[in-house]
Design a protein around this ligand. Structure first.
Ligand code: AMP
Length: 206
C-alpha cells in the first residue's frame, strides 16, 4: 500500500509513520530525514538545503521531486511505502502523480498551539529516527537503539511559526488536491499517538 501522511509540523507524521512502518512492514520515506542526513554528511545537497531548512523555508520542488523519484525506484518500496513530509506543494503532488500510484492520503489534523508545544519539547533519535517528547520521556538516550537524543535545529519558537505559515500557504492546497482525487482521509491528531494510530489503522484496513 502506498500512503501519504499529511499534516503540519509537529502533527505526529514521524511518530505515526514509524508505527505504520513497523506494523505494515513498509518503509517510511521522510524527505526531512533525507535532507538532515545530507546536512550531517556535508554532501552537495546538504550544503544547498541547510540554510533553507534552518530558516523554515521549503527546498525547491525540482530538487525534492528528483530525490523522491530516485528513492521510489529502490527495491524496498515494491510492497508499499509511507511518504512523510512529501508532497508539500501542489507542484510536488502533481509530479508524484506521474511517478507513483497513491492508495491513501491521511491528514493528521492538529491545532497550532498543540503543534508548537510538541515541537518545542521534541527530541529525536538521529540514528533510528524515533521521536520523543520531554513531557513524557525524560531520558537523554533513545529507548530503542541507545543513541543520544538531539533537538532539531529548526525546532525553535521563531522557525516553528515560519514553518507553520509555510504549511498554511503552500501545503494546505495539497489537501484540496487529494480531496479532489478522492484519496483523502482525516484523523484528529490532537489525541494521543496510540489513539491516532488506531484511527489510522482503521482507515488502512478499509
Ligand atoms: P520535516 O522533517 O518534514 O519537518 O522537514 C524539515 C524541513 O525540510 C522543511 O521545513 C523543509 O525545509 C525541508 N523539506 C522537507 N520536505 C520537503 C518537501 N517535500 N518540500 C520542500 N522542502 C521540504
Amino acid at each position: 500500500m502506498n500512503i501519504i501522511l499529511l499534516g503540519a509540523p509537529g502533527s505526529g507524521k514521524g511518530t505515526e509513520g514509524n508505527l505504520i512502518s513497523k506494523n505494515y512492514n513498509i518503509p517510511t520515506i521522510s524527505t526531512g530525514d533525507i535532507f538532515r542526513e545530507n546536512i550531517k554528511n556535508k554532501t552537495e545537497l546538504g550544503v544547498v538545503v541547510e540554510k533553507l531548512m534552518n530558516n523554515g523555508q521549503l527546498v525547491p520542488d525540482d530538487l525534492v521531486v528528483s530525490l523522491i523519484k530516485d528513492r521510489l525506484n529502490c527495491d524496498d518500496v515494491k510492497n508499499g511505502f509511507i511518504l512523510d513530509g512529501f508532497p508539500r506543494t501542489v507542484a510536488q503532488a502533481q509530479a508524484l502523480k506521474e511517478i507513483a500510484k497513491i492508495d491513501k492520503v491521511i491528514l493528521i489534523d492538529v491545532d497550532y498551539e498543540i503543534t508548537e508545544q510538541r515541537i518545542l519539547s521534541r527530541r529525536v533519535c538521529p540514528v533510528c529516527k524515533s521521536v520523543y517528547n520531554t513531557m513524557t520521556y525524560s531520558k537523554d538516550i533513545c529507548d530503542k537503539c541507545g543513541a543520544s537524543l538531539i533537538t532539531r535545529k529548526d525546532d525553535n519558537k521563531e522557525t516553528v511559526k515560519k514553518r507553520f505559515d509555510v504549511y498554511v500557504n503552500q501545503t494546505n492546497p495539497v489537501i484540496d488536491f487529494y480531496e479532489n482525487e478522492n484519496l483523502l482521509y482525516k484523523v484528529d491528531g490532537n489525541l494521543s499517538p496510540d489513539t491516532v494510530y488506531s484511527e489510522i489503522d482503521k482507515i488502512l484496513q478499509k
